[in-house]
Write a protein that binds this ligand. Sequence first.
Ligand code: ADP
Ligand code: MG
Length: 397
Amino acid sequence: MCLPGPAGAPVFHRFGYNSFVQTILAIETSCDETAVAILRYRTGHPGSELLASEVASQIAEHEKYGGVVPEVASRNHLVHAPHLLERATRTAKIDMVEVDAFAATSGPGLASSLMIGASIAKGLSIGFAKPYLAINHLEGHLLSPFFFEDGPPRPSGQTAVPAVDLQPRQARRSESVPWRTRGSSAVTDETSLFPIRPNVSLVVSGGHTMSIFVRGVGDYQIIGHTVDDAAGEAFDKVAKLLGLAYPGGPEIEKRAHDGDPARFDFPRSMLDSDNFSFSGLKTAVRYLLPKLKGDYLADLCASFQQAVVDVLVRKSIAAAKRYGVDLVTVSGGVSRNQELRRQMSDACAREGFAFKSAEPWLCTDNAAMIAFAAMLRLKTGFASRVAEEIDPNLALG
Ligand code: ADP
Ligand code: MG
């Protein structure tokens, strides 16, 4: 038996009773971050532990080219992955033989980067005769707001994703953090220990801007997506126009803090559509710039940021009303933006929706969210075939 999905979506095969699956190792190499995480599920206990989460970023290596170079990214994954695997097992204090299932991001992303993580996870899965899971990167993001459901607050100092770590040895690691989910040990259906409430999910990152109706694990319906630039891409391109560093999102947010969001009236595109468009906004900034004199940077950053936030908030609220959910979630790199979180949270409160955002350290690329998605898939009794191919355009299903 297999789970049906739209054309191009990963296919999951039932592999039988799964209570033996306790420890999942996941690898994420969809773009320019190499990440490894180990998540332990404790059968019969309403909780799991993130035993290790390692991330090595290549931002500086690609900065000099003005964007991610696929060949450079995959070569770096090859260099970083073995070190991260070794560190993750050491941090988790386990031997590879104790891992019960291996997962990797199988798309969407750069083909040559995806291949590295997927090949390693498949090799480990074959070598140790354990299940393999091909996980959609977007599924990792959209489930991440539930990652610490009812869990204890993370100790301070662990909320930041290492943004500029160049070498594995410099990558910050997260400590083992026990977390508990709703429910109690009396619950017999293990999937109910990880309640994924129906929600309208906004995934906003450097490569994606998508609104999704999430009915439950593996049951997703795309509401809308960007027809041109992703929101994060718009932040990055506008930052470049302004001479700011990459990634542009945090740079613009920093300057926007002291700016007037109403000084420049930038376009809010496609408000009547389910889809998104941000290239007109970027072009508006480009045409305005030569006309500006004096001190405008903070106001321009604030006005641009407000235009993006307005669109994201309005469309999410409209979708939540239309799909009859009581919860809105946000995830992905752009959801680290404090103004977006604040205004989305306020709008949800006003309109009577609950709001949940992924923790900041889970917003940019990481393997913990891939391990979490894999665990939820396994707990519903499904795994992938090792023959499952990577797919740079993998659909969500
Ligand atoms: P992807 O996986 O699509 O490459 P990520 O999920 O790693 O993207 O997110 C990276 C993107 O998030 C970049 O475009 C970056 O500019 C954006 N970003 C990160 N922090 C912020 C922020 N505080 N405000 C707005 N955008 C941000
Ligand atoms: Mg991402």
